[in-house]
Design a protein around this ligand. Structure first.
Ligand SMILES: NC(=O)c1ccc[n+]([C@@H]2O[C@H](COP(=O)([O-])OP(=O)(O)OC[C@H]3O[C@@H](n4cnc5c(N)ncnc54)[C@H](O)[C@@H]3O)[C@@H](O)[C@H]2O)c1
Ligand SMILES: O=C(O)[C@H](O)COP(=O)(O)O
Length: 593
């Protein structure tokens, strides 16, 4: 076998290279411009050049607004009705909200695919329809850390204010009264506090309550016991927490399983005279059951920052009950937290609009930056292999079953393939539909279209320095418009590698080729004979089509061969016809990358 590389200058002398495989591969490399500015767009399809538009629908700190303005047109429109939001959203690429705006399915539908990022300037994302966001390929990011301390401090403030009747006593003094006997409180020291939900806020509340001399226990089915132990907190069962606590402080998210977790049945399990603090979400308490528990004397007092409906109705029995201290969802409302949240969310939204993967993505896999950098050329390879594979299929063959094989010297735990799978899915689906596929909606879109993607990893010997040696895509039970793309086992098969950071196609069906995956590609099957490269090259040359790469893979000398030709410009129909008319060419296909 012989392989040839054309030197970087446009001379006609050829350099002989070493043979590399049982199938002969001739490689002709032309100097070419590489589009280094092309960005892998994981999430967002904001066209380059146009400034994206960000709708800020609730008050956001100035530092965040300034950051957004450096990159986007920013529309700060507060207090929109649901209808107004739906009208505006079709002109926006990103939306930023706090907890006061419901981002419903209607909002995603009204955006007609333009909305690519929803930024929740805070922690709780229960006001965003995540399923609808995912189905519409819209990334949801939040700002999970900047308001933790503010929420914990508010929890402690409510705990102490409730125990000492601060708000009631204050109101009575302002009303001209001096009721020293009425407002005798209870002490915190030595009392048992049950922290329900030992996450970021819960653990900070626990730490502070310990400082107040309280005995702190916690219930959280997912929290590691050693983290609790480290701050002197014992993790207990739900029932034990209810039965032993003098104070209960709620810090879990509102989910299907935590909705109304405090209800008639669970209030009945509590110590008589228990006091409840809620700075999590109103929906974790059945509010009617709390009213009954207060009336029955099970609950002595409550302090609520959050409500099932916000603001609560004017006739709310909880709000009017003197034993209940209330604040208007102020947990995150400190100057410091709001500035921090605004910066955190602005950075996340701008990053997502730039096509970067957000570290605070709520509905997409979080891929650490270093993994992302390493996988980037493979991500490009994956998408291009998907595009090639689907274009090789004959019209009328439905794609149902795709097998992706990753060859790697890395242990399976060390190779996160979600990103690659998503990009293969994107490559497979986008050329044959109007759907925009990204990391957020790839699995959903594949499932919806009845596309089954199975993955296999082959552990190779060698150095695990590179995350992957090759990626192979096989589509079963289909016919191909380029018969040579069908492998011995009957699938349409393409395989690729990354060489010097550039994705290459290295196998089509059973033929080994080597062509850089840039521009577009012509695949020809021919009878191997001298002069074929020249013949095809001159047809393209006459058309002023620049050939970037050429490679020939053959079974044996003078037998069948597959020639892969990378072209910078799309050849005209006439040029393709002329290629097809070259007598030795048995079949050919033009593929857009
Ligand atoms: N009032 C406010 O302004 C305000 C401010 C910040 C946060 N919050 C709310 O506080 C809550 C906690 O926020 P965070 O930042 O600590 O979140 P987090 O995700 O860090 O912690 C939540 C914890 O709840 C636990 N959990 C989940 N299901 C549970 C269950 N059934 N029982 C017990 N624990 C369960 C999780 O394991 C996790 O450890 C959220 O609801 C958030 O929206 C409110
Ligand atoms: O989940 C949160 O972060 C808090 O509830 C704060 O919500 P807010 O941003 O609407 O104050």
């Amino acid at each position: 076998m012989a392989a040839y590389a054309k030197p970087p200058t446009a001379s006609l002398s050829w350099t002989k290279l070493l043979p590399s495989s049982p199938f002969a591969t001739a490689l002709v490399s032309f100097p070419r411009r590489r589009n280094r500015s092309a960005k892998t767009v994981f999430v967002v399809a904001v066209s380059s050049g146009a400034k994206p538009t960000v709708l800020v629908a609730e008050k956001l700190g100035e530092a965040g607004i300034s950051l957004l303005k450096e990159f986007a047109n920013v529309d700060c429109s507060y207090n929109l009705t649901p209808e107004e939001l739906c009208t505006k959203i079709s002109l926006c690429d990103a939306l930023i909200v706090r907890s006061g705006t419901k981002v419903t399915r209607d909002v995603f539908e009204a955006s007609s695919g333009r909305l690519k990022v929803v930024g929740r300037a805070g922690v709780g994302i229960d006001n965003v329809d995540l399923a609808a966001a995912t189905e519409h390929g819209c990334l949801v990011v939040n700002a999970p850390t900047a308001n933790t301390i503010a929420a914990a401090e508010h929890g402690i403030a409510l705990l102490a204010a409730m125990a000492r009747n601060i708000s009631q006593a204050s109101a009575s003094v302002k009303a001209g009264q001096w009721l020293r006997n009425k407002y005798v409180g209870v002490s915190l020291v030595g009392k048992t506090l049950a922290v329900m939900g030992f996450g970021k806020v819960g653990s900070e509340v626990a730490r502070r309550a310990k400082g107040l001399g309280m005995h702190v226990i916690a219930h959280d089915p997912y929290a590691p016991a050693d983290r609790a132990r480290a701050i002197g907190v014992e993790l207990v069962s739900f029932d034990e927490a209810l039965a032993t606590a003098d104070f209960i402080s709620l810090h879990m998210p509102l989910t299907a399983s935590t909705s109304k977790v405090l209800n008639d049945e669970t209030f009945a399990k509590m110590k008589k005279g228990v006091r409840i603090v809620n700075v999590a979400r109103g929906g974790v308490i059945d509010e009617e059951a709390l009213v009954k528990a207060l009336d029955a004397g099970i609950v002595a007092q409550a302090a609520l920052d959050v409500f099932t409906v916000e603001p609560p109705p004017a006739d709310s029995k909880l709000v009017s009950d003197e034993r209940v201290t209330v604040t208007p969802h102020l947990g995150a409302s400190t100057m410091e937290a709001q500035e921090g949240v605004a910066i955190e969310i602005a950075e996340a939204v701008v990053g997502a609009l730039r096509g970067e993967l957000a570290a605070t993505a709520v509905n997409a896999p979080m891929v650490p930056a270093e993994v992302l950098t390493e996988l980037k050329p493979f991500v490009e390879l994956a998408e291009k292999l998907g595009r090639l594979a689907v274009q090789l299929i004959a019209g009328g063959s439905g794609v149902k079953s795709v097998k992706v094989t990753y060859g790697s010297a890395r242990a399976p735990d060390d190779l996160d393939t979600r990103l690659l799978r998503a990009m293969i899915t994107k490559g497979l689906i986008e050329p044959i539909s109007s759907v925009f596929v990204n990391l957020v909606n790839a699995d959903f879109t594949a499932k919806q279209r009845g596309l089954r993607i199975s993955e296999e990893r082959i552990l190779l010997d060698g150095s695990p320095e590179s995350p992957l040696e090759f990626v192979q895509v096989q589509i079963a039970n289909v016919e191909s418009k380029f018969a040579s793309a069908i492998s011995e086992s009957g699938e349409v098969k393409v395989e690729g590698k990354v060489k010097d950071g550039v994705p290459h196609l290295t196998k089509v069906g059973s033929f080994e080729v080597d062509v850089s995956l840039e521009g577009s590609l012509i695949l020809c099957r021919q009878v191997d004979q001298p002069g074929m490269i020249g013949k095809v090259g001159s047809v393209l040359g006459e058309e002023n089509v620049n050939v970037s790469f050429m490679s020939v893979g053959r079974i044996a000398p003078r037998k069948q061969a597959v020639m892969a030709i990378g072209v910078d410009e799309p050849p005209s129909k006439d040029a393709l016809k002329k290629i097809g008319e070259i007598p030795a060419i048995e079949e050919f296909v033009y593929l857009k990358l």
